[in-house]
Ligand binder design. Structure first.
Ligand SMILES: *Cc1c(COP(=O)(O)O)cnc(C)c1O
Length: 401
């Protein structure tokens, strides 16, 4: 069997920076709790993205949860949430017994459509917070989204879990809203094995988040609690990995962008293929390279790969081969790659299509659904060689004959 190629797997520094910081923690016996690596990782990451404060946490999901709490979201409150995303964006809304309203994406950015957001503000003027996502390292249309949230005086949370290192008009994603969150999960552009960060300009709120994250323990000699707390703080060992990874982040971004350019150069000529949109105001980290199949460039025409049930993903087709399409389908691509031990994925399945979120309102025109049904994420592992990239391209080209 040929060597496995991953979508995006952990990539520690060749220099061994991570182990140096871990060793330091061992040498000082600062394994837990907290310690120098946590404090420094918070400062270094905040400094990298250009924001004042950060709180290192156990996951990006925990960071979203505490951002919602900091925004004052509680039972029965409405939160606008980008529909096209990973479930971790939306789950914390439910932890707080709040009510998500899912907002569609636009083709220009693949992220929250400001026009749909505006419509949502008219429908739900009482909304408490907005969560925008920067998928695959593409940035959302921040000027318009920030303007709308400011006008309506609503807290803006940026889920930048996939976009660390991405800039919009020269400014890092995660620093436009009231709160930004990052993830260091195993498949992200840098990883701590698991972890997250909440960032903000608001020192008081970040201190409050650290307080909630350490069981809401009051500053008393004895254990005194006036609020419900969480065990959400990042460990000093994990933060050591993060400090080491931060040193190679720019290298990782450069490699991810190289991977994107490589695929684009090799595959863009195939009929029916279009790559994810990179706008002139966006310097993306290209966390994953994604493309669509069977969508015309203006998106006015589209191949529906399963005519009888347009909402079912090709992955769920049971009647393999009974239809003929103008181009190979996303499923054809994923199947051909898997046969060669290469990992690929569909685009995220929108939240409003998920059984668990079905009962909540959705505003939009099914752009997210179309991207899901016609999209593919290509393997974008930073350890890939040119040979690996060529292997993937040859398999895809082979399907076009
Ligand atoms: C990975 C991810 C998260 C969650 O981060 P964890 O650290 O895994 O909890 C949230 N949102 C998006 C868009 C993600 O891709």
């Amino acid at each position: 069997m040929a060597k496995r190629i991953f979508l995006s797997s952990p990539h520690m520094s060749e220099e061994g920076y991570e182990m140096e910081y871990i060793q330091e923690a061992f040498d000082t016996n600062w394994i837990a709790p907290l310690g120098a690596n946590v404090n420094e990782f918070e400062k270094e990451l905040a400094n990298y993205v250009g924001i004042e404060h950060g709180a290192a946490l156990v996951s990006g999901t925990a960071a979203i949860h505490l951002a919602l709490k900091a925004a004052g979201v509680s039972e029965g409150d409405i939160v606008f949430c980008q529909s096209l995303t990973f479930s971790a964006t939306a789950n914390p809304i439910i932890y707080e017994k709040a009510i998500p309203v899912f907002i569609d994406s636009d083709y220009e950015t693949w992220n929250m459509d400001p026009k749909v957001l505006e419509e949502a503000f008219h429908k739900y003027p009482e909304v408490k917070a907005v969560i925008v996502v920067h998928l695959y390292g593409l940035s959302a249309n921040m000027d318009n989204i920030v303007k709308l949230c400011k006008y309506h005086n609503v807290t803006l949370i940026e889920d930048a879990a996939e976009s660390l290192g991405t800039t919009y008009k020269g400014q890092h994603t995660g620093t436009f809203g009231d709160y930004g969150i990052f993830s260091f999960n195993g498949n992200k552009i840098i990883t701590t094995s698991g972890g997250g960060m909440l960032v903000s300009k608001d020192q008081e709120k970040i201190e409050k988040a650290r307080f909630w994250a350490t069981q809401s323990r009051e500053k008393e000699r004895h254990y005194e609690h006036k609020e419900i707390g969480y065990n959400y703080r990042m460990s000093n060992i994990v933060a050591g990995i993060g400090r080491g990874q931060l040193k190679v982040l720019d290298q990782r971004v450069a490699k991810k962008r190289y991977i994107f350019e490589y695929y684009k150069r090799e595959l863009e000529g195939l009929k029916g293929i279009n790559f994810m949109p990179i706008n002139e105001w966006n310097e993306p980290n290209c966390w994953l390279t994604c493309m669509t199949v069977g969508l015309s460039e203006s998106h006015s025409e589209r191949t529906i790969y399963h005519p009888e049930s347009p909402s079912s993903h090709p992955e769920e087709r049971s009647d393999e081969g009974s239809y003929s399409y103008p181009y190979p389908s996303p499923l054809d691509i994923m199947t051909a790659l898997e046969k060669e031990n290469i990992e690929s994925r569909p685009i995220w399945k929108p939240m409003h299509m998920q059984p668990v979120f079905e009962k909540y309102d959705y505003i939009g025109e099914n752009v997210g659904q179309t991207l899901f049904e016609n999209g593919v994420c290509l393997p974008s592992d930073t350890k890939m060689t040119d040979e690996d990239l060529d292997r993937v391209c040859r398999i895809v080209k082979g399907l076009w004959g």
